[in-house]
Design a protein around this ligand. Structure first.
Ligand code: NAD
Length: 495
């Protein structure tokens, strides 16, 4: 694919950045220039918010019947599927991830859009009809207003589509701020939305840096809500900035998921799930299952087989269909991951495989690290506690169910966890005690659009997907209606 150059997308068309500057994105896998994204300013954000607000005030979108909004969402899903391969290539190239997983990401984005369309048909309230013959209570749900969507670089489409179709279904115009590293797929989607027939001003995109574009969006007085996905560090800053005007905030933040494997599990399936959980997206994944907790009685054999399997994982260029691990996002992040590996060694954990930059053959110009497994990892080790965001797995043994639960919950995060056992009673009992927004049982990272996604503890608040994901973008209103002949409220003073 040739180098792509994008401006912002505002009011249904391309919009040159006020500063006339673009940010270059080079491939993390081979160094070639992939794309140029407009470098946005606070002024650009103001223009986008103004257009979105004008659409909201006109009620041209929010007052459309939900079924009409649903039609357009379904059309967008069709167009995403039509252009799936192009979108997957952009996603794979800009992130550095394997094309096989980028394809899955695109089809998940289309599926989420279809599901959100189905919700648009069903937005409803309640009527309280037993308040007395002359009284009626209505509870209705209204579009919140202009919503700022801020997304990270690791899953540009998935993170966007866990927000965008729901906001649109609810009737809200949006201003999107993609990551400055991976803005291409969002800008392509904006063009598809125009082709589908969405009104101008509904979907606006201002690209650029977080400290400029993101910061202005979170402080803008006409933005009613910020839905943010990214690091816990930036999430805390955003919550603080938004507090000035009490702007509503939904936060999808970092994680440090455990995969708990009991001796009575289907160990063959668990091997696959554990490995997939840590290599997907090079481990640059908020719900990456980076802490293996393994029952002592099967630990030696399980870990030996895991290391053998990890040695067969194909590390390669993003657009190669054989590749299972692509490149890390940029050089600084490569050094951060290698730095954690060094910390693990110094803390006394034992490195079983991986642990270094790969440079052979076609990997020479990129930021590649293969599956890396540390054993003898204790809860006080930094590699057990901190989000590494690379394909690095820690192994810790347990003897009892209670010990497994305690280890899994021994983290500031609470996004997801996995557990493996054939005993369904045990699975339910343990899943109830795991402090995370999602628990995967006998699988990892599988889900359905109907299920809400979000974090406990410092993994954030608010939910995406499911009906809860729609409700994030709806404001609740109570209307009390007096019907029939008037009875004075204060009979002695009002005539
Ligand atoms: P990040 O927090 O650095 O950036 C996320 C987005 O916020 C980017 O678009 C960035 O430009 C913007 N931003 C940065 N500073 C800002 C500021 N001061 N004000 C407003 N916006 C600002 O995260 P990242 O490095 O892009 O992504 C990796 C992180 O995202 C990891 O911690 C990962 O766990 C998390 N993540 C969470 C989920 C989830 O669903 N919980 C999903 C994917 C990624």
């Amino acid at each position: 694919m040739s180098t792509r150059t994008y401006d912002h997308w505002i009011d249904g068309r391309e919009y040159a950045p006020s500063g006339r500057q673009h940010i270059e994105r080079h491939s993390p896998a081979h160094g070639g220039l992939l794309a140029r994204f407009a470098e946005g300013s606070a002024q650009d954000v103001d223009i986008a918010v103004e257009r979105a607000k004008a659409l909201h005030v006109s009620r041209a979108w929010s007052s459309l019947p939900g079924s009409e909004r649903a039609k357009l969402l379904s059309r967008l899903a069709d167009l995403i599927e039509r252009d799936a391969e192009r979108l997957a290539e952009i996603e794979a190239e800009e992130v550095g991830k394997p094309i096989i997983y980028a394809r899955g990401e695109v089809s998940w984005a289309a599926e989420l859009t279809r599901f959100a369309a189905s919700l648009a048909w069903q937005i409803k309230g309640e009527a309280y009809t037993h308040l007395g013959d002359d009284r009626l209570g209505l509870v209705t749900r209204e579009a919140r207003g202009v919503v700022g969507l801020i997304v990270p670089w690791n899953f540009p489409l998935v993170c966007l589509f866990q927000k965008l179709p729901y906001a649109l279904a609810a009737g809200c115009p949006v201003v999107i701020k993609p990551s400055e590293l991976t803005s291409g797929s969002a800008l392509e989607v904006a063009r598809l939305a125009a082709e589908a027939g969405f009104p101008a001003g509904l979907i606006n995109i201002v690209t650029g840096r977080g400290e400029v574009v993101g910061e202005r969006l979170t402080r803008h007085p006409d933005v009613s809500m910020i839905s943010f996905t990214g690091s816990t560090r930036v999430g805390k800053q955003i919550a603080a900035s938004a507090a000035g005007d009490l702007t509503r905030v939904a936060l999808e933040l970092g994680g440090k998921a455990a995969n708990v494997v009991f001796a009575d599990a289907d160990l063959e399936a668990a091997l696959d799930g554990v490995l997939f959980g840590v290599i997907l997206n090079q481990g640059e994944e908020c719900v990456a299952g980076t802490r293996l907790l393994i029952e002592e009685s099967v630990a030696d054999e399980f870990v030996a087989r895991l290391v053998e399997r990890a040695s067969r994982v194909v590390v390669g260029l993003p657009l190669d269909d054989q590749t299972q691990i692509g490149a890390l996002i940029h050089e600084q992040h490569l050094h951060s991951v290698l730095g954690y590996i060094e910390v693990g060694r110094q803390e006394g954990a034992r490195l079983l495989c991986g642990g270094e930059r790969l440079t052979q053959g076609s990997l020479g110009k990129g930021y590649f690290v293969g599956p890396t497994i540390f054993t003898e990892v204790r809860p006080e080790h930094r590699i057990f506690r901190e989000e590494i965001f690379g394909p690095v797995l820690t192994v810790t043994r347990f003897k009892t169910v209670d010990e497994a639960i305690e280890l899994a919950n021994d983290t500031l995060y609470g996004l997801g966890n996995g557990l493996w056992t054939k005993d369904l009673d045990k699975a339910l009992a343990v899943s109830q005690k795991l402090q995370s927004g999602t628990v995967y049982v006998n699988t990892y990272l599988e889900s359905a659009p109907q299920l809400p996604f979000g974090g406990f503890k410092q993994s954030g608040y608010g939910r995406e997907n499911g009906v809860d994901g729609l409700h994030e973008f709806l404001e609740v209103k109570a209307t009390f209606i007096k019907t029939g002949p008037r009875t004075p409220v204060l009979p002695n003073t009002l005539g």
